[in-house]
Design a protein around this ligand. Structure first.
Ligand code: PLP
Length: 271
């Protein structure tokens, strides 16, 4: 696979000082996949593997300034968004993302695995209007899909209608990737779904990796998807390769114990 040096990906996300999720996970993923990554920070979090204790949002104008300066200078073809945190940050980014001509991969980070909100309660509308509306790709899990589409998604049969409502509402979307890890959790297989407008959906079934080390899997998957899209220029290739990468990383991280809670993925082992 070519290793482009003339293209970069920028993550716009929160910081996880324990290094498992957020911009730390994003940058590790870009690096291990051979893609140059920048990072504009939206929020500082105080957390470790046992959970998120506090969130300190960055001033919206300062988030915008970070992104503007990077885009004015580096050859950014792909932006990946994670934790946006506040309505103010979403609004501050809206115009830049609308004018960005490249790919915008949006990981709709709303709640941490420990239940801690990662988007302020009244911020969902602005997140939809300013971030999701400008995305070319979104990567919801089932819970996030239900919130974005404002409809229950209790089982796999409910997924296509929820996705179609998002494709109809947000015409910039070229792909919706639904991660099915939370579906039928006792099954030995996991199904992930790729929906593209006017194409049949692709369902990829793969073996479930049983591990406690799952901190940062959402961030890492979305970053891998963006990196592989940068490398292959194909949503389908990016989808399949990101799933293979995640399975490998989960396997390689499974036997290690780092931290007292849900351990992080060990990106540096994925070579
Ligand atoms: N971004 C930040 C800064 C976080 O702290 C978290 C979770 O705690 C996430 C994103 C989401 O992490 P995950 O990839 O586990 O969904």
């Amino acid at each position: 696979m070519s290793q482009p040096t003339d293209r970069a990906v920028l993550t716009i996300a929160g910081s996880d000082p324990s290094g498992g999720a957020g911009i730390q996970a994003d940058l590790k993923t870009f690096t291990v996949l051979g893609v140059y990554g920048g990072a504009a920070i939206t929020c500082l979090t105080a957390q470790n593997t046992t959970g998120v204790t506090a969130v300190q949002p960055v001033a919206p104008g300062f988030v915008r300034q970070q992104v503007e300066l990077v885009l004015a200078d580096l050859p950014v073809t792909h932006i990946k968004t994670g934790m946006i945190g506040t309505a103010g940050v979403a609004i501050a980014l809206g115009a830049i993302l609308r004018d960005f001509a490249g790919e915008l991969f949006c990981d709709p980070v709303l709640v941490a695995s420990d239940g801690q909100p990662l988007m302020e309660a009244h911020g969902l509308g602005d997140f939809m209007d300013h971030i999701v509306a400008n995305a070319t790709v979104i990567t919801p899990n089932l819970h996030e899909l239900a919130i974005l589409a404002a409809t229950p998604v209790p089982d796999r049969a409910a997924i296509p209608a929820a996705v179609q409502s998002l494709l109809a509402r947000f015409p910039r979307l070229r792909a919706v990737v639904v991660t099915g890890g939370h579906l039928e959790e006792r099954d030995a297989t996991v199904s992930d779904f790729l929906f593209q407008p006017d194409r049949p959906a692709i369902v990829h079934e793969h073996a479930r990796q049983v591990t406690r080390n799952t901190h940062g899997t959402g961030c890492t998957f979305a970053s891998a998807l963006a990196a592989y899209h940068l490398l292959t220029d194909s949503y389908e290739q990016a989808f399949l390769q990101a799933i293979v990468f995640m399975d490998l990383l989960l396997q390689q991280s499974a036997d290690h114990t780092l931290g007292k809670g849900a351990g992080p993925l060990l990106h540096h082992l994925a070579r």
